[in-house]
Design a protein around this ligand. Structure first.
Ligand code: SF4
Ligand code: SF4
Ligand code: SF4
Length: 368
């Protein structure tokens, strides 16, 4: 009989090989979750604070570094391996084709628009889902003193409060366990990067029998993905590229933004520097270089700010359930929406295609 693989195999095949997406799925499904055997060791690397982003599509996954680590000196139980078999980088989940409707969206809530600057679609969809009792809580990345933190928000005010400027990403899937085990929630919305949403899909595929004592599959009702062009290592992008190579002192930088036309670096209102995405591609985390998913195709809804004018959000509907949630948000007056224009849709498709091709090329390179 073939040996059942375990964390040592996950470490060797995925983590040490630079293939980890940092989704947190292995930690969330660890059989010894309650014991804290496996955890995300997220490296420090002070994200740059800015004004214009929160849950920021595309830029929210700006910096991240780290890896899943096991408590030193501890042994896994024999024949476990939950972590290995649910990892989306061991074997990707199977994509079921769904809808693809793309909209230009703006929140109708002034407070949300003020807190978000980019249309506020994500926050409004979450508030709508909470107030419509579709979900009891929302697992999001919140800004805590400039650092990304996984948070379970259960009200509009806590969603707005967490919507500070934050250029980091965190292992969102660990929030699923928190929502279920610590908060006792039965229905949650999961907001994450495409890899995190794929990680959740893999949990569903692998089956409830492997999910510790926790029934994840019936708890996450709504999945919202953020557009993602990649997460960067803070040390590599800011210290090595911007400071050492481009001569821009870190202390002068007040805001970084990644848009469809590349990286923008600001000191207050003044733009100090701009670089095309291709120019900074080498500074991405190793696990992001093999990523093929720009919009989060395993989600119900994707949200970003690429493809629409400033102050608006781009929303892609992927599932019938996503469409239901979206239409209810329109019906109840949370958002205004209209189909995206042709140029915006073409840009989204181009970015999807480019990311897929780059991910496949890097995978082929690593195999050689
Ligand atoms: S990709 Fe996700 S599940 Fe796989 S090792 Fe990394 S954090 Fe764990
Ligand atoms: S092998 Fe089991 S106990 Fe060990 S880290 Fe993986 S899920 Fe946790
Ligand atoms: S590029 Fe891919 S792996 Fe990296 S954070 Fe974005 S979705 Fe995750």
């Amino acid at each position: 009989m073939e040996r059942r693989k375990d964390f040592s195999d996950l470490k060797r095949e995925v983590i040490d090989n630079g293939n980890c997406a940092l989704c947190g799925g292995c930690v969330a499904t660890c059989r010894l979750l309650d014991y804290g055997l496996l955890r995300m060791d997220v490296a420090e690397g002070g994200p740059v604070k800015g004004e214009g982003q929160q849950y920021a599509p595309a830029a929210s996954c700006f910096f991240s570094q780290g890896k899943p680590v096991i408590r030193p000196g501890q042994q896994c139980p024999p024949s476990c391996g939950y972590c290995y078999y649910q990892c989306p980088r061991v074997e990707a989940p199977v994509l079921k084709e769904g809808l693809e409707e793309i909209y230009e969206v703006v929140s109708k809530d002034e407070t949300i628009r003020g807190a978000c600057h980019n249309g506020g679609a994500l926050l409004s969809l979450l508030v709508s889902a909470l107030e419509d009792a579709i979900v009891e809580g929302c697992i999001t990345i919140a800004d805590k003193a400039g650092k990304p933190e996984v948070r379970v928000a259960m009200s509009k005010s806590s969603l707005i409060e967490g919507a500070g400027s934050c250029y980091g990403s965190a292992a969102t899937l660990t929030g699923v366990a928190d929502a279920i085990v610590n908060q006792g929630l039965w229905t949650v919305a999961l907001v994450g990067t495409p890899c995190q949403i794929a990680g959740y899909e893999k949990m569903l595929e692998v089956g409830r029998g492997t999910h510790n004592a926790h029934n994840f599959s019936s708890s996450v009702r709504l999945r919202i993905s953020l557009f993602c062009t990649g997460a960067y290592s803070y040390d590599a992008l800011v210290k090595e590229y911007l400071e050492r190579k481009q001569g821009i002192p870190v202390r002068e930088i007040t805001r970084l933004d990644i848009r469809d036309d590349g990286l923008h670096v600001y000191a207050g209102d003044k733009e100090l520097f701009h670089a095309a995405l291709s120019e900074i591609a080498d500074y991405k985390r190793a696990g992001c270089k093999i990523c093929e998913d720009f919009a989060g195709r395993f989600s119900d809804i994707s949200v970003g700010h690429i493809g629409t004018p400033a102050g608006k959000s781009t929303v892609i509907i992927h599932t019938d359930f996503g469409k239901e949630v979206f239409e209810r948000a329109i019906e109840w007056g949370y958002i205004d929406a209209k189909p995206i224009d042709k140029a915006g849709a073409e840009l989204i498709h181009r970015l999807q295609q480019e990311k897929r091709e780059a991910g496949l090329a890097e995978k082929a390179k690593r195999k050689d």
